[in-house]
Design a binder for this molecule. Structure first.
Ligand code: HDE
Length: 681
């Protein structure tokens, strides 16, 4: 049964054979036995003990008792959707990967977004990096681009991953705090592992509190290799660029959302897809020739470094569209298993020590999380092409392999399944030359921890800098150890004296006496001020009561919807609200169910009905939206309301009696997103 209104791609078709619709069916046990009773266990007398014989009771309870699997050790909280990737620039000159050569083909994808630190039930809007993992179901097998929304990482060697994760997770004695790095062990780790400086700048920036999964960039972080049919290799960094631009919440908003709607990002993605606002991301590559490996002034194997886009431009080569929500969260989102080692011919690795460690870790963690070596057979993880090899058995094996031969080399099966030569599409590792002594050491070329942290700081606008100072002040303000606080101040003096001084004062530490890295360069691409902005899909709170101006409001709302915005009405009660000229609208919310943090803009209309409590709630709502720099529009009685509340004429506050002109101006204000010039702090 096709419940989806678009064509099935190869992955969707494959999933279809596993879908089961229980509706309207008879209740059976897992053995297919129809049961006549499902509410009462089998007892010796109605008031007597339950009998061991009750196979139905035992099966039901046993299954329930085993319903949970371990959450991911990191990235436990996630949300995913299906979609498609279409290439628009053939890069066959760089890679033999077929899905990066054929512009006519659509490759099915499954994308899981996540926070890193919090538990599976934690809030969406916490300060953290976001995972952005994409599985491409290509005709050459699965390719996983397991990315984050931050282009660098905390550490340079995978052997430190357990340390950084132990430090940022809740502290082990009391398991506090949840999904937050605002505590002693995290900052102690930072100060004593100074390669974290660059990543910390991003974590303290607006990037760590995205407005939406639909408005985040993605970065492969490591330098990978592309290899073409002639065996020639180039270095590559992968990027995702969201069509809606890269946008963030403000910290106070993120904090409040964590309580008001812990599923804020989930709801946002799910609803956008349900309403047909399909999120789009362009795939970009930065390419560097092997000859230029040492030309950038830093080591390209160091995962704490990015390649400034102004130095090495990002070439956009294709677009991914997410167009279908999952049918079942557990079966798909929870059981999907990504692995940075899932590659196709034409994509290869480098010796980045963080990447090398990841190549081990992902399969290893799936083995415990998904309970054995056959997790590749779980529907969401299956490639859309068949797999054949001599691997056999293990927990939950589904494939029924025919024949007697399960070894290589053999004669009984004509030496099949047989390896495929590279010319015919068999994967062959790039023959990089390596030599060296076995050592446990950090390369000297990985020694500069501060230059790019300063580059990031230099690239921020004033309001972005203010947010970073606020974030450091918040996080370190929650740290108890005076020594740790001081170590962090002294460390970040190497990035910027201005920054370290500003938060040192706020947290009661000694400001640095000097410092700085001497870097004056900036990279405009790092500032979110230079990202596309649009009014599309922004949520507008429409506040009105009985007796509103019917034709005017109808005009504005129709225009907002036509422009792809999402207006939602808040009134005194949920249900029909009557305006003039017989206009009736449906209110979806009251002030009890809707808070201003759930919206991107406010349209205040009111109506002729006077209601003191409503006015008071509206004032609180609009005042909060104003303090979060959001656009505010008003028509009708709403205009008087602005005057009474001293908001008229303020930046981003739009009102007017010429309704067409008002609508244009209001739309422009919404497309500007935030009015930082309001700064009240
Ligand atoms: Fe991961 N990471 N990671 N990571 N990672 C996991 O795998 C690991 C790193 C990323 O939605 C785990 O299945 C090591 C960088 C994402 O299912 C685990 C190191 C980047 C996801 C693991 C890193 C990532 C994971 C936990 C460094 C950005 C979620 C559960 C040494 C490029 C995937 C799992 C999903 C998940 C290990 C660093 C991205 C334990 C050892 C850098 C998006 O295997």
């Amino acid at each position: 049964m096709d419940e989806h209104n678009h064509e099935k791609n190869s992955k969707d078709e494959q999933l279809e054979s596993f879908r089961v619709d229980d509706q309207g069916k008879a209740l059976t046990t897992n053995q297919g036995l129809k049961m006549s009773e499902d509410e009462f266990s089998l007892k010796a007398g109605v008031r007597g003990p339950t009998l061991m014989e009750d196979f139905h009771f035992r099966e039901k309870l046993t299954h329930f008792d085993h319903e949970r699997i371990p959450e991911r050790v990191v990235h436990a909280r996630g949300f995913a959707a299906h979609g498609e990737f279409q290439l628009y620039k053939n890069i066959g000159n760089y890679t033999s990967a077929k899905f990066l050569q054929d512009t006519s083909k659509k490759t099915p994808v499954f994308v899981r977004f996540s926070t890193v630190n919090g538990a599976r039930g934690s809030a969406d809007t916490v300060r953290d990096a976001r995972g952005f993992a994409t599985k491409f179901y290509t005709e050459e097998g699965n390719y996983d681009l397991v990315a984050n929304n931050i282009p660098v990482f905390f550490i340079q060697d995978a052997i430190k991953f357990p340390d950084v994760v132990h430090a940022f997770k809740p502290e082990p004695d009391n398991d506090i705090p949840q999904a937050s790095t605002a505590h002693d062990t995290f900052w102690d780790f930072v100060a004593n592992n100074q390669e974290s400086a660059h990543m910390i700048m991003w974590i303290m920036s607006d990037r760590a509190i995205p407005r939406s999964f639909r408005m985040m960039e993605g970065f492969g972080v490591h330098t990978f290799r592309l290899v073409n049919d002639e065996g020639k290799a180039h270095f590559v960094k992968f990027h995702w660029k969201p069509a809606l631009g890269t946008h963030s919440l403000v910290w106070d908003e993120a904090h409040k959302l964590a309580g008001i709607d812990p599923d804020y990002h989930r709801n946002d993605l799910w609803n956008a897809i349900e309403q047909g606002f399909y999120p789009e991301y362009e795939l970009g590559v930065q390419i560097l020739s092997e000859e230029d490996e040492f030309s950038l002034g830093f080591d390209i194997l160091d995962p704490t470094k990015l390649w400034p886009e102004e130095d090495i431009p990002v070439t956009l080569i294709g677009k991914m569209t997410l167009n279908r929500n999952v049918d079942n969260f557990f079966a798909e989102t929870e059981q999907v298993a990504f692995h940075v080692g899932n590659v196709v011919p034409g994509i290869d690795f480098t010796n980045d020590p963080l990447l090398q460690g990841r190549l081990f870790s992902y399969t290893d963690t799936q083995l415990i999380r998904l309970g054995g070596p056959n997790f590749h057979e779980i529907p969401i993880n299956r490639p859309v092409v068949p797999f054949h090899n001599n691997q056999r058995e293990g927990y939950h094996r589904q494939t029924i392999n025919l024949g007697k031969v399960s070894y290589h080399r053999n004669s009984l099966a004509g030496n099949t399944p047989s390896p495929v030569p590279p010319e015919q599409g068999g994967y062959a590792t790039y023959q990089e030359k390596v030599e060296g002594r076995k050592v446990r050491a950090r390369s000297e070329s990985f020694g500069d921890h501060f230059s790019q942290a300063t580059l990031f700081w230099n690239s921020m606008t004033n309001h972005e800098k203010a947010h970073i100072i606020e974030a450091f002040s918040f996080e370190l303000g929650k740290v108890n150890s005076q020594s740790v606080k001081q170590q962090v101040v002294d460390m970040f003096a190497n990035v910027s004296v201005e920054l370290a001084t500003a938060f040192a004062v706020n947290i009661g530490a000694k400001p640095p006496e000097g410092g700085g890295s001497g870097v004056t360069k900036s990279s405009p691409a790092l500032s979110q001020d230079n990202t596309p902005k649009t009014a599309e899909t922004r949520k507008v709170a429409v506040i009105l009561t009985e007796g509103f101006n019917g034709p005017e409001v109808n005009y504005v709302l129709e225009k907002l919807s036509a422009e792809g915005l999402m207006p939602e009405i808040i009134s005194e009660t949920i249900g029909t609200v009557r305006g003039t000229n017989g206009v009736k609208l449906k209110a979806r919310h009251t002030f009890l169910t809707a808070k201003s943090v759930l919206f991107d803009a406010v349209y205040m209309i009111r109506g002729s009905r006077k209601n003191k409590k409503f006015n008071k709630d509206a004032a609180y709502f609009i005042d909060e939206a104003f303090s979060h720099y959001k656009p505010i529009g008003a028509t009708g009685e709403g205009i008087d309301w602005l005057t009474v509340n001293h908001l008229d004429g303020k930046p981003g506050v739009i009102s007017g009696t010429d309704i067409e002109e008002f609508t244009e101006e209001f739309l422009e204000a919404i497309a500007a997103h935030r009015f930082w010039e309001r700064v009240t702090v």
